[in-house]
Ligand binder design. Structure first.
Ligand code: PLP
Length: 351
């Protein structure tokens, strides 16, 4: 990924629910010259070389329905689609930091798990201190990995939901300005990198085959919206389908809850909607998948294909299958498999 210009986005800690005006995703707001950053930082360059160009595979779909294709994001260096996000968000900060010593930089972010995993690896390789706000429901394997990489972790009680995880990071950023918050839910680089990498790869892999629908689970909505923007530029008629947990759907008016949900995704509660997705609300269909269904589908998919997909991938697989069932066999539905699941989930599945 290379882009001319050197204007970078300065993440300002606006509240999550502040309006996200049209124009916020103007590419000039996240101009990133990853080549220049890579030249200065070999560890960043190495991570970038291993990133992306993930496989697009045909997956089991409904009999008599459309073909379902999925992009295998566990192939990224730290094992998830969030490796792309870590690379872009940290790249923007490194670009802005310039030639100053990396020891002066301190990175702060909240995460559902995958982004913290990716960022902690990049930061450890670079020698940049990292601090993550996570839910107390985070798996032991992740907490051990972060501790092993020297990252600092602040846990928020899972009953308070992901909304309070985000807000805790905002509170830290406001109170301790020495920490640079990446702010994945409002940082345009999160969408633009998905548009330029995942979306562009997908278009190349489709080889001119027009997809009827793009189905993606919503955490920040960066994947859904970024890839949608790329697809729409080439295939204007493509439908957008967002997927969130049935336990707290997108835009739910309910308060956040501590119920188990499939990974990395979910509504915020109190009617708060993910800023990127608000820009595409009128054009996006919403579906929900419960954790028990997604968890069972991990096992079913493994039985059918021998492949391990995570719970958000399983949710996307189920939702894409529902969309495909209502389309003719000549149609194509595309989706994404963000990761391969956690050791804890595979242990619970007894595999
Ligand atoms: C495993 C997993 N699936 C899906 C997502 C959703 O990605 P996005 O933030 O681009 O909406 C995430 C985000 O953290 C994730 O970790």
């Amino acid at each position: 990924m290379h882009q001319a210009g050197n204007t970078t986005y300065s993440p300002a800690p606006e509240p999550l629910e502040a309006p996200y005006p049209p124009g916020s995703l103007d590419p000039a707001r996240a101009a990133l010259d990853t080549a220049a950053v890579a030249e200065r930082h070999p560890a960043y360059a190495k991570f970038g070389q291993e990133l992306g160009n993930t496989s697009l595979i045909e997956v089991p779909g409904p009999r008599g329905g459309a073909t379902v294709l999925a992009k295998c994001e566990w192939e990224n260096p730290a094992g998830s689609i969030k490796d792309r996000v870590a690379h872009a968000l940290l790249g923007s900060v490194l670009q802005r930091h310039g030639a100053r010593p990396l020891g002066e930089l301190r990175i702060l972010e909240y995460s559902g798990g995958s982004l913290a995993n990716a960022l902690s690896r990049l930061c450890a390789d670079l020698g940049v201190p990292a601090r993550f706000v996570l839910s107390s429901a985070s798996p032991r394997s992740l907490l051990d990995t972060l501790a092993g990489r020297g990252a600092r972790v602040d846990l928020v009680d899972k009953e308070r939901g992901f909304l309070e995880v985000v807000r805790e990071a905002l509170r830290i950023a406001a109170a301790e300005p020495g920490w640079t918050l990446l702010y994945q839910h409002r940082n345009p680089a999160n969408v633009l990198l998905q548009e330029r990498t995942t979306g562009a790869e997908l278009i190349g892999q489709l080889g001119g085959r027009a997809p009827a629908a793009w189905v993606a689970s919503i955490g920040t909505g960066g994947t859904l919206v970024g890839v949608l923007r790329a697809l729409r530029a080439r295939f204007p008629a493509v439908r957008a389908v967002g997927v969130t947990p049935a336990e707290l759907p997108y835009g739910s008016e309910q308060p956040p809850n501590g119920r188990r949900k499939y990974a990395g995704s979910g509504g915020m509660g109190h009617g708060i909607r993910q800023p990127f997705v608000t820009l595409y609300d009128d054009e996006t269909e919403q579906r929900t998948v419960s954790y028990p269904r997604a968890f069972a589908a991990m096992g079913e998919f493994h039985d059918l294909t021998g492949l391990r997909i995570g719970s958000s991938a399983a949710a996307n697989w189920l939702a894409a299958g529902e969309v495909a069932a209502a389309l003719p066999p000549s149609a194509t539905v595309v989706t994404v498999f963000p990761d391969a699941g956690t050791p804890e989930e595979w242990e619970r599945l007894g595999r």
